[in-house]
Design a protein around this ligand. Structure first.
Ligand code: ADP
Ligand code: GN1
Ligand code: MG
Length: 370
């Protein structure tokens, strides 16, 4: 079946004229579909779910459908623009939420939100601050959603303790014979083993709340309006699951407070951008409003460190296992990514006092009238 036939399985307005690869995600295959009818031209996003990463696509699509419908109702209640501020599934011609092809691959379609762009690196700090607001608001908008109805699509996704165990397993198996070349990185990870449980333990003890979180808050998972440069819509709802707000804050800092791309080979270009941290924290706090707890605020800097460390461990694990998870463009790609993450971890650790002060200052600024 070609891509036109697959696009034809969905209830688009008009005939499908064009299907082109789109965006720069690491996981799914994403296409822009252009359709024309008497009413004009419309564009849609068609995605084939990565069945290796998401072995239970039906459960995932149930999460996706429930969350997107709920978000739409809240956006409407907030008098927002429901066609731009949240994703909306386009049903198949048979009224289903997704299409399964003859090979068993799962496809879905949403509206393409026009006049927006997904950035790998923010053009300026205001853009990053507004992305922070959008991610904070996303969590706030889902506060009333019953987390127990969501399936954990990737169990233990941000369980840093288990991510560490997976790394040790990959080192022990050393399937590709790559471990001897990365002893420095292995030592780096082992030196931080004791820290891996901080968030998991806080959740288990009930010191911080379990919420519905996005879990993959890189900057390119929020669409930015090309004219106003404001954050319009949080996308990539595949990993929306019960989790901690620290995951979302931390993962966004990991990406957006780096002065270089995730796969920059020249480590001298990779630094923690402190000013960006101030901006994002302000945006995120504004978005989440009074919902954030004191303990969560206290742990925000730890969230930034642990999410960066965890992602570095995941890249290293994948490198040792033979690049079976993340898409790679060359054999050392995951290794390069791991090195940037670990370099950032070092700088984040050096700046923990600065991050703590910033969180306190920003919170005080935003809540001075209370
Ligand atoms: P992945 O899980 O592979 O990252 P995403 O759902 O994040 O998949 O989509 C990949 C890219 O496609 C995004 O970074 C963005 O550029 C683009 N994209 C996805 N959905 C939309 C949409 N509804 N409107 C416009 N662009 C989109
Ligand atoms: C993947 O799907 P994408 O490209 O937004 C990954 C994230 C990683 C990120 C690293 C489902 O995100 O967890 O942090 O790559 N998503 C999944 O770039 O594993
Ligand atoms: Mg994405």
């Amino acid at each position: 079946m070609n891509l036109f036939d697959i696009a034809g399985q969905f209830s688009t307005l008009g005939n499908c004229l064009d299907v082109q690869p789109f965006g720069n995600g690491h996981i799914n295959d994403t296409y822009a579909v252009t359709c024309a009818s008497e009413g004009g031209v419309r564009r849609y996003i068609l995605q084939r779910l990565n069945s290796r990463v998401f072995p239970h696509p039906t459960a995932l699509m149930n999460n996706f459908a429930a969350v997107s419908v709920y978000l739409r109702s809240i956006v409407k209640k907030d008098a927002g623009d429901a066609d731009r501020e949240c994703l909306c599934l386009i049903p198949t011609v048979n009224g289903a939420a997704y299409y399964v092809d003859k090979q068993g691959e799962v496809w879905r379609m949403t509206q393409l939100i026009d006049n927006t762009e997904a950035y790998l690196i923010a053009e300026n700090r205001d853009m990053f601050e507004d992305a922070g607001r959008a991610f904070g608001l996303f969590i706030k908008r889902l506060e009333g959603f019953d987390a127990s109805t969501l399936i954990e699509v990737i169990p233990n996704f941000h369980n840093t303790v288990i991510r560490y165990q997976n790394l040790e397993k990959a080192i022990a198996e050393d399937k590709m014979g790559r471990a001897k070349g990365v002893q420095d990185l292995i030592a780096f990870a082992r030196a931080r083993k004791d820290k891996t449980g901080i968030i998991v333990n806080a959740l288990e003890k009930g010191e911080i709340p379990l919420r519905v979180t996005h879990n993959d808050t890189k900057l390119n998972n929020v669409l930015i309006d090309t004219a106003t440069k404001n954050a319009v819509c949080v996308i990539d709802l595949d990993t929306v699951m019960p989790g901690s707000l620290l995951y979302d804050f931390g993962d966004a800092i990991r990406v957006g407070c780096s002065t270089a791309q995730e796969d920059e080979k020249d480590l001298s270009k990779v630094h923690f951008d402190k000013e960006n941290f101030v901006y994002f924290t302000r945006g995120f706090m504004r978005g989440i409003g009074g919902s954030i707890t004191q303990k969560e605020r206290e742990l925000l800097p730890v969230g930034a460190i642990l999410m960066t460390f965890e992602c570095g461990m995941r890249f290293l694990t994948d490198y040792l296992e033979g690049d079976v998870y993340f898409k790679v463009a060359y054999p050392e790609h995951n290794l390069v990514r791991c090195r940037t993450q670990f370099k950032l971890v070092e700088e984040l650790e050096e700046n923990i006092a600065f991050m703590r002060e910033t969180v306190q200052k920003v919170y005080a600024e935003l809540h001075q009238d209370e």
